[in-house]
Design a protein around this ligand. Structure first.
Ligand code: AMP
Ligand code: GLY
Length: 432
């Protein structure tokens, strides 16, 4: 069978997913809501918002969609799958890639995720959670810990709800600001947890709730400046593979984390069909879960998609149908990297609408659009993270050199990027 696919979202992650989906011989018609100018060369883009459920339903019905792929977490946490599947107008055999509202709490509530991990014996930082009327207990608990202190808003806070502080005063102040409403409803509960020292890595699976395919792992670079300095961003680049993820480490991740997570879904009666993103900390060779996300990562997806050689659309259809056991994934043993070109001033204030030039001269690179739009027929900037400049090759060193020899041909007023993506991983052997 061939599939009419609707992809939800508008960032670099979604452009990378679209790029991969568009290569499938199983694709019939391809729509995106809202998509972006890069996605528009692969799919028909429908204006609107991915969390406008009525609009999503209308497109699903009018375009006779067979499969919905949801890029971002918000529609999932809001129950888009429940909404569509309970709509009488929507075909009962609609394939939906992404969890329902209940299962999406793994990302939507850190307290829920922590309880889930504890119940299933999954390694994670020790923690306690507190509601606003337990603020004094929360402050007293902080005093029993050693710095650095990790204080998290329970709910979705666009990746900003985690405050790590070196002093007790700062940690107490972060309690005040979270309970004081800095993250709105997301901060009506806080999780305080033990600090895990190590190196972060992102693992991804596609699951049907009983089996899973392991996707390539990736490392994300979150800080704005070289050397992991400066404020956090949505992600400045990514690489895949990650050198310390040798077969021994991957086996630990499978047996200690991925498999207990999936059997945890079954025990809890969660019907999870879609991607699970495990944000892990490698603490001296042992993996610990920092967070679950119920979607792919951005900018990890840009590197991950470049390394998958088998048909992702076929795998997603199998996951949504509960038939993942029939699938096997083929991953390139080469390397991929993405470097994000951002607007001047990001992650603070930045200008929008600046014309972008030089994209036609980038041989050997794949450029995913992250924050762009079209104005008067020209491609212009429309976000903080503008382009995900990506490449695949035999080694990380080769792709890093290829990207950095060409990335400055892209220009718009104020454009900047990190110049050290991948370098720590290329030099990884020196760390040991
Ligand atoms: P989260 O939103 O939970 O992924 O946290 C955001 C970032 O904070 C993570 O990517 C880590 O860099 C850091 N972080 C979160 N929890 C911890 C922890 N327990 N120990 C050390 N770093 C953490
Ligand atoms: N790259 C981290 C995230 O997508 O949340």
């Amino acid at each position: 069978m061939k599939y009419n696919v609707l992809l939800l979202g508008s960032g670099g992650r979604e452009h990378a997913l679209a790029w991969k989906i568009a290569q499938s011989p199983l694709l019939a018609e391809f729509y995106a809501l809202p998509g972006n100018p890069g996605i528009a060369s692969l799919a028909e883009c429908v204006e609107g918002k991915a969390d406008d459920f009525e609009l999503v339903r209308r497109v699903v019905v009018e375009k006779n969609i067979d499969m919905v792929v949801c890029g971002p977490e918000d529609p999932l946490a809001g129950g888009l799958k429940n909404f569509l599947m309970s709509s009488p107008e929507v075909r009962k055999d609609l394939l939906f890639v992404g969890p329902d509202r209940d299962a999406a709490r793994l990302e939507g509530s850190k307290d829920f995720a922590k309880e889930f991990m504890t119940a299933n014996g999954i390694p994670t930082a020790a923690y306690r959670s507190f509601s606003a009327d337990e603020k004094d207990d929360a402050a007293a608990f902080l005093e029993t810990l050693r710095p650095p202190y990790v204080v998290k808003a329970d709910g979705l806070a666009a990746g900003k709800g985690v405050i790590i502080s070196d002093s007790l005063e700062e940690a107490r102040a972060s309690l005040d600001s979270i309970f004081g409403g800095k993250f709105g409803e997301a901060g009506s509960r806080v999780v305080i947890e033990e600090y895990l020292a190590g190196v972060e890595v992102s693992f991804f699976v596609l699951t049907d709730g009983s089996g899973y395919l392991l996707l390539p792992e990736a490392k994300d670079y979150k800080r704005i400046y070289d050397g992991d300095r400066g404020p956090n961003t949505g992600g400045m680049g990514s690489v895949s593979p990650v050198p310390f993820c040798d077969s021994e480490f991957v086996e630990k991740v499978r047996t200690r984390i991925i498999e207990p997570t999936i059997s945890g879904f079954q025990k809890a009666g969660m019907d999870y069909r879609g991607f699970v993103f495990f944000g892990l900390m490698n603490c001296g060779g042992d993996p610990y879960v920092i967070e679950y996300n119920v979607r792919m990562g951005d900018p990890e997806t840009e590197s991950v998609m470049l390394r998958i050689e088998s048909d992702l659309l076929q795998h997603m259809a199998a996951a949504a149908r509960g038939k993942i056991a029939d699938e096997s994934i083929v991953v390139s043993d080469g390397a991929a990297m993405t470097c994000i070109v951002v607007s001047g001033g990001y992650p603070g204030n930045y200008k929008k609408g600046l014309p972008i030039t030089g994209l036609d001269r980038l041989d050997g690179l794949t450029v995913f659009n992250a924050g762009t739009s079209v104005k008067d027929g020209r491609l212009v900037t429309s976000g903080g993270r503008v382009l995900a400049v990506s490449a695949k090759g035999r080694s990380l060193e080769e792709v890093r050199d290829r990207i950095y020899s060409r990335i400055d041909m892209i220009s718009f007023e104020g454009a900047s990027h990190r110049s050290d993506i991948g370098s720590d991983m290329i030099n990884w052997a020196d760390h040991d």
